[in-house]
Design a protein around this ligand. Structure first.
Ligand code: AMP
Length: 216
């Protein structure tokens, strides 16, 4: 199964990608996580992308294209955070067609702006294993500590009100056109992602089971 997960910041892409990858034992490629690790290491890639990420705008296409090419093989994957504009979508199709394959599902997690803002301001993340928490809806068992690996939770630098506003603008301007692109290809599935994470997950599971995507 080859799936992309897309949606506004705070739509739950990271959370769902992680659960799906664990449940179905499928490779998860999360572009934001990969880039954040590079920033932390202060690698040359990290230094290139840092400023864009802090401002909440997209990193240039040629930079992220290389990362994607290095991480995508011919086997199953769940891709979180790529593509984020039409050029990237065409680029991804080209990479896959060179490998004689194609996407099975483009899963859109649909949420409204109010929900996004509330979620992102309350979000805390684990810098070590990537787990996501919400201070009210999905708090860690021990305050400030990751349930899974015990690391100290942090707030992402780009989860502040100014940058959140910019990331939402970028989403509507650059990423929303992906809806039409994948609808035309007949692989678009839209899920109401305002619900809690378990309900969203079970809806995604239903889609996967009904579509028999797991054989591919
Ligand atoms: P995310 O963790 O998916 O919210 O991504 C965090 C940030 O990483 C974004 O605000 C962008 O600056 C950058 N980024 C992630 N994915 C992409 C992409 N496909 N194209 C360009 N920039 C990206």
């Amino acid at each position: 199964m080859k799936m992309i997960l897309f949606g506004a910041p705070g739509s739950g892409k990271g959370t769902q990608a992680k659960e799906l990858s664990e449940c179905y034992n499928i490779n998860k490629i999360s572009l934001g996580d990969i880039l954040r690790k590079e920033v932390k290491k202060s690698s040359s890639l990290g230094n290139t992308v840092k400023g864009y990420m802090e401002r909440g705008v997209l990193v240039p296409d040629d930079v992220v294209a290389k990362v994607i090419e290095e991480n995508i093989g011919g086997e199953s994957f769940i891709l979180d955070g790529y593509p984020r504009n039409l050029d990237q979508a065409v680029y991804l199709d080209n990479i896959l067609s060179k490998k004689n394959t194609a996407l099975d599902i483009a899963l859109y997690l649909d949420v409204d702006s109010q929900t996004i803002i509330k979620r992102l301001q309350m979000r805390r993340v684990c810098p070590k294993c990537g787990a996501n928490y919400h201070l009210i809806n999905m708090p860690p068992r021990k305050e400030g500590v990751c349930d899974l690996c015990g690391a100290e939770l942090v707030q992402r630098k780009d989860d502040n009100p100014e940058v959140i506003k910019e990331r939402i603008n970028v989403f509507f301007k650059e990423s929303k056109p992906l809806l039409g692109f994948y609808r035309d290809k007949n692989i678009l599935i839209s899920i109401d992602a305002r619900n809690d994470k378990d309900k969203v997950f079970s809806e995604i599971e239903k889609v996967i089971q009904d579509g028999k995507y797991l054989k591919q």
